[in-house]
Design a protein around this ligand. Sequence first.
Ligand code: AMP
Length: 296
Amino acid sequence: MKIIAGVDEMRAESALLRRQSVSLALVPTMGALHAGHLALVQEAKRRADAVVVSIFVNPSQFGAGEDYDAYPRMLDADLEQLADLGGVDVVFAPSAAGMYPDGPAAQRSVVSVGRLTEHLCGAYRPGHFDGVSTVVLKLFNICAPTIAVFGRKDAQQFLVLRRMARDLNLGIEVVGIPTVRENDGLALSSRNTYLTAEERKQAPVLFRAVTAAENSIQAGERDGAAVRRVMEACLGESSLAKVQYAEVVDADELQPVSELVPSSEVLAAVAVFFGSTRLIDNVFVTVPARTSDNPG
Ligand code: AMP
């Protein structure tokens, strides 16, 4: 496993890997690796001949007052986990100065994925998705993957990046893998370490809320507002949870839906604060077809 910090060195290494391998998978992360990240790496290994994992806490996707400085950084422990897992060819861990030589604010070229960033997290984190899509395009250009693997835990991020790859003809297959969870349903996240014991105890309420949304849709609910109310009621059972949003959107353009269309795919998603810690969760649901649509 090579560890590379330099952008030019990484570019040379990926050119070499591409000469030797048919397929190259990139797994972009911000480090503080947990079993969710390792599941992405396993998927990358299954799908590609060579695997690059990037570790970069990207300043341009954090807003003012967000946790850029506090975000956990533990490169040595991350490298140990990846070495133990095996099968990773390169870890690309650039510095902020390497990625943004004149500082992130001097980056003049920015990728925006428009409509898909208007709602959900995009409504509350201005500039966040521009920061994400721009840094991921930079990572794509440096690492030259044929496949990139992301978690559906960050559903809007996954859908935005998949759309960017399609819209800009990047020729990179963007793959999304299911959310890895604790036994009580809490989605693994590097930010879970911020939670107090009591907050941690209540945090599975996010999963219960999106599961309740899914169950209501499966049971025949077609009114978007009613599905939102199901999630809000569930989140309301937690004394410490402060709801930022509980939303149902179509899984294509990420627009709020008022009437759920049979056979369409929707995303039920929540963002909740526990103290200053912001957690998100979601579920993709294919709305059941009308019984009369079923043959026989
Ligand atoms: P992060 O380091 O939090 O930016 O995440 C890096 C990648 O790991 C993103 O594609 C995330 O969606 C994914 N990821 C984070 N947590 C999970 C999880 N619990 N299950 C699956 N993927 C995850």
